[in-house]
Design a binder for this molecule. Structure first.
Ligand code: GDG
Length: 509
């Protein structure tokens, strides 16, 4: 079995990764099953560059034949690469929030700089037979940098967040460089069919990519496959067993509606609170009969665009609780902390409604975790945004427009009044999809496709990576000429407050 090299922005001990939730669980599981190396940032921020180019290599007992290799970031890299270009340019644009993107802050040079440094540090650790799987928007240029360093191995990329419509993507000043960097991969995996269509359109518009008869995309004499691999969960971790009783009842006699979202503007939390307030107003017979428990752990607090959300939600929950609450009933339980992972399943299971209404989301694993945790004999009902990637699969949830407050308020009522047989029917259909596309299927189907793509490449007359390398060299020269050094611009806006010199929380990101 070929060794797998996983690269992601954040790397953690496998034991911690299994507890962290999200996709880290699936990656840790993969490394337990096959020989591998997991490479990336260790979450530490250091003052200066001293020895930051030599990765710390570790093998853990729980990791079997696998190892992790990590590097710290410098304070400037953390500010410009992580908080800056990744989370103040790419994240907002990819979630359709051009208004929040800090295009003029000069972050791009350090984004490329970190990808270049990661490629140089990773290069000596790569063996000829390895397959390389790179994750997420922080590392788009990594394959191009690895090719420039002489790596010929198959390289795949998985984007966990949505691909915006081409017109939105084209607004990024460095769109050409990003498009070119994407074409250095052999395989790009995306969450939904809509994402696949958007990315193909973007490559057509930006670098004259062409769709070939075999479905691949050709650009710069290179052929790449772009396919949908929806991220899944390990359903068995959530299914089965009775929940811990004390977590089930929110308030005596009241049904619980549960929301679990990082405190991110993409998650639509303000609209969710307003819709719940509207529901209580429109259907007063439900006052005292339901409680909304919203777990919203802090995230990226140093990024300016995140500072207002907390205040908005505190004000909204205070207003709704003040307007409708009674001495023995508080309508919204708003918890701005992370909940222990082993309690989540019980809270999901004890909730009559799962309330997931992001304005935009790559997938939304929480909605799958909620369904998998339900009692098959008396399941709850998920309400799900049509703009979450999960809506392409979970068509038997109550699908809503997260901007339409009236529609959501009505969906809460529908969910509360749905009879048991319909709830069971919907649950069975949802579970069939969640089980068919679980986390193991996700990683194995991506890796099988990457290996097949690489085999075809070695058999075909496709140009060698030398030609990709020379095209990437040209690109690197031109992008280094055009990108301003950070801190060197009159346009620069202080968009991130760097709270560096400490280890960043491993979850939520
Ligand atoms: C990104 C994309 C895509 C959440 N709060 C707590 C907690 N969690 C765990 C959940 C779940 C994970 O974190 C969240 O995953 P989501 O998919 O819902 O959302 P993002 O964090 O935005 O993830 C997303 C995903 O990547 C995977 O590709 O689906 O679209 O944005 O597992 O359970 N875990 C604990 N306490 C919490 O308070 N322990």
């Amino acid at each position: 079995m070929r060794r797998i090299v996983l690269v992601s922005n954040r790397v953690m001990e496998l034991r911690k990764a299994a507890q962290a939730g999200g996709v880290a669980v699936a990656l840790a599981e993969l490394l337990r099953e096959r020989p591998g190396l997991w490479f990336g940032w260790n979450g530490k921020v250091v003052e200066e560059h001293d020895s930051t180019d030599i990765p710390e290599l570790r093998t853990a007992k729980s990791a079997g034949r696998s190892a992790i290799a990590t590097l710290p970031l410098t304070a400037a890299e953390h500010r410009d690469y992580y908080l800056g270009y990744s989370n103040s340019v790419l994240w907002p644009v990819f979630h359709n929030r051009l208004d929040l993107a800090q295009f003029d802050a000069g972050f791009y040079a350090r984004y490329i700089g970190v990808n270049d440094r990661f490629a140089r540090a990773l290069r000596p650790l790569i063996q000829p037979d390895d397959i390389i799987w790179i994750h997420d928007y922080h590392l788009i240029p990594l394959a191009a940098e690895l090719r420039r360093a002489g790596v010929d191995n198959p390289i795949g990329f998985y984007l966990h967040i949505p691909v915006p419509p081409s017109q939105t993507f084209l607004a990024i000043p460095e769109y050409r460089e990003l498009a070119r960097a994407l074409t250095a991969y052999d395989l790009i995996g995306l969450q939904t069919q809509a994402d696949v269509a958007n990315l193909i359109q973007f490559l057509e518009d930006s670098v004259s990519g062409r769709i070939l008869q075999d479905g691949r995309v050709s650009a710069f004499d290179h052929r790449l496959s772009i396919k949908r691999f929806p991220v899944g969960i390990d359903a068995d971790v959530f299914a089965g067993g009775a929940p811990e009783e004390k977590l089930v009842q929110a308030t005596e006699g009241a049904d619980r509606i549960i929301g679990v979202d990082r405190l991110d503007y993409s998650k639509g939390l303000a609209q969710k609170f307003r819709a719940f307030g509207r529901f209580l107003e429109k259907y007063p017979e439900y006052q005292r009969k339901v409680v909304l428990s919203q777990i919203a752990p802090p995230t990226r607090e140093s990024v300016e665009a995140y500072t207002d959300i907390r205040q908005t939600l505190e004000a909204l929950s205070g207003k709704i609780n003040g307007m409708f609450g009674e001495l023995d009933w508080v309508p919204i339980h708003y918890i701005h902390r992370s909940a222990p992972r082993d309690k989540l399943r019980d809270v999901y299971r004890g909730s009559r409604i799962g309330f997931f209404t992001p304005l935009r989301d790559g997938m939304n694993l929480v909605s799958k975790e909620y369904v998998a945790s339900q009692d098959p004999a008396d399941p709850g009902v998920p309400i799900l945004s049509r703009f979450a990637g999960a809506a392409e699969q979970l068509v038997d949830a109550l699908i809503v427009n997260p901007y339409n407050i009236e529609e959501i308020a009505d969906a809460i009522k529908t969910a509360l009044e749905m009879d048991k047989s319909e709830r069971i029917d919907r649950y069975n259909r949802l579970m069939a999809v969640i089980r068919a596309y679980d986390s193991a299927t996700w990683s194995s189907s991506f890796l099988n496709t990457l290996e097949a793509t690489a085999r075809e490449r070695s058999l075909s007359f496709a140009p060698s990576n030398a030609s990709i390398r020379s095209s990437m060299d040209k690109l690197a020269r031109s992008s280094r000429r055009t990108s301003r050094p950070p801190g060197d611009s009159f346009l620069k806006t202080p968009s991130t407050r760097d709270k560096s010199h400490k280890t960043q929380p491993s979850r939520p990101e």
